[in-house]
Write a protein that binds this ligand. Structure first.
Ligand SMILES: [Zn+2]
Length: 417
């Protein structure tokens, strides 16, 4: 690291440089810009987005993590102290597959149940907002699809779909979305018909009110929805990448998977509902496609377990997504999703937590989001006890901080009472 980084005399840092370089830089930064609202949080266990630590405290200044270090090292710090005792501190969770805008899910409810960042993938387009005491929301905006393609047959077009007839239309659609704030581009590659898929029943993506009359279908009746041609999907990916955006695809079966692979789509927004041949999954893994899980909401899909197991054997990278706004999915952290990731994908608990925090933050290209490292946005949750033993407690955190602002603090309440 070049010496000019240090604005204070270098010798002040030197004795500790070898041991706590980050801490030195951060404390110098805080000396330049004192934060009278600094908060120092102690907890018995800290998951920093990558690993568990003990005897570790976290200092929050100016909405960011200023320093994470041993409790003793903060002896001389002036800050409001919160001692959580037998509790676990973690980065706020990141939900990569939600529809809170489209279904008008209250952001505060989601925040208070442990999710500090959601990425909507299907809904009205808007610039990213929040993260400063309120839920951080990124979106893809409406889903690019073929004329009459999914999700238009069930939901119409308004705020949820952009039909494109040509590759040029598709490029224009991507440009418009990005200009209007889309953080990612979503494309639908869904011909319909998978047994058990929520989008093939009246209880799926749709508004129940808009959907109930027309949504009922006889068992075995398979819909056939038009798909985008490969050339158009490639144009979407090219244009999105040119504008610095990833592309996520709604995929439910093999035809869509093949299109996604051929067009080098970055991410699958679900584990596909129908079983996908291993040869295709192998290609996807070779392309380092990230797979957002949504296993809980797809639990009636007969192919999900096999797909997860095959992908696991191939070394695929799963990222956490539960699909907030779907029926039976909590408006916050979905512990059942975490449990499925452990039991079906054979992920260790650390890997599951990383998939919902640091790895998800990297997928969003927001530096250090989902970690408790110096410089990260101070999006923090804490639960009493140990979530490794009882993942369910993550659904009801006792401390929530968004951009350094406290949204929930049940620890102090219990001290006052
Ligand atoms: Zn969805």
């Amino acid at each position: 690291m070049p010496i000019h980084v240090f604005r204070q005399p270098f010798y002040k840092c030197l004795p500790v440089l070898l041991f706590t370089l980050n801490g030195c830089v951060a404390s110098q930064a805080s000396m330049q810009k004192p934060d009278t609202n600094a908060i120092l949080v102690h907890a018995e266990r800290v998951f920093d987005g990558n690993d568990f630590k003990t005897n570790t405290s976290v200092l929050i200044e100016n909405g960011k993590i200023a320093r994470i270090d041993s409790r003793e090292s903060f002896r001389h710090i002036t800050a409001k102290e919160i001692d959580l005792g037998d509790a676990t501190l973690l980065p706020g969770f990141i939900e990569l597959h939600a529809h809170i805008g489209y279904h008008h899910i209250p952001g505060d409810t989601v925040l208070k149940h442990g999710i500090t960042t959601v990425r909507d993938v299907g809904g009205p387009v808007h610039p990213s907002y929040g993260g400063d005491g309120s839920l951080r929301v990124l979106t893809s905006g409406p889903i690019i699809t073929a004329p009459g393609g999914y999700p238009i047959p069930s939901l119409g077009e308004t705020d949820i779909a952009i039909p494109v007839a040509t590759a040029e239309d598709a490029r224009n659609a991507v440009r418009n979305l990005v200009e209007n704030g889309a953080a990612v581009i979503k494309v639908a590659l869904e011909p319909g018909g998978e047994t058990g898929a929520p989008w093939n029943s009246e209880h799926g993506h749709g508004h129940p009110s808009a959907h109930h009359e027309s949504g009922h279908q006889k068992p075995g009746l398979h819909r056939q929805w038009p798909l985008l041609p490969e050339r158009t999907v490639q144009a979407i990916v090219e244009e999105a990448h040119r504008l610095g955006r990833k592309v996520t695809a709604h995929i439910g079966e093999s035809e869509g998977a093949e299109l996604a692979i051929n067009a080098h789509i970055d991410e699958w927004a679900h584990v596909p509902c129908a079983a996908i041949p291993e040869t295709l999954l192998k290609k996807a893994v070779a392309q380092q496609v990230k797979i957002v899980t949504t296993i809980d909401t797809l639990s009636k899909c007969p192919g999900v377990v096999r797909n997860v197991q095959t992908l696991t054997g191939l070394g695929a990278e799963f990222l956490y997504g539960a699909e907030i706004a779907h029926p039976d999915i909590p408006w916050g952290i979905d512990a059942q999703e975490l449990i499925y990731m452990m039991s079906l994908a054979k992920m260790q608990v650390l890997d599951v937590l990383r998939a919902a925090t640091s790895k998800a933050g990297r997928q969003l290209d927001i530096p250090l989001l989902g970690t408790l490292q110096a410089g990260a946005p101070a999006d923090i949750i804490a639960v009493k006890g140990n979530p490794v033993e009882t993942p369910k407690i993550l659904e009801y955190p006792d401390l929530i901080m968004s951009g350094g602002k406290i949204a929930v603090n049940n620890f102090e309440k219990s001290v006052d009472e």
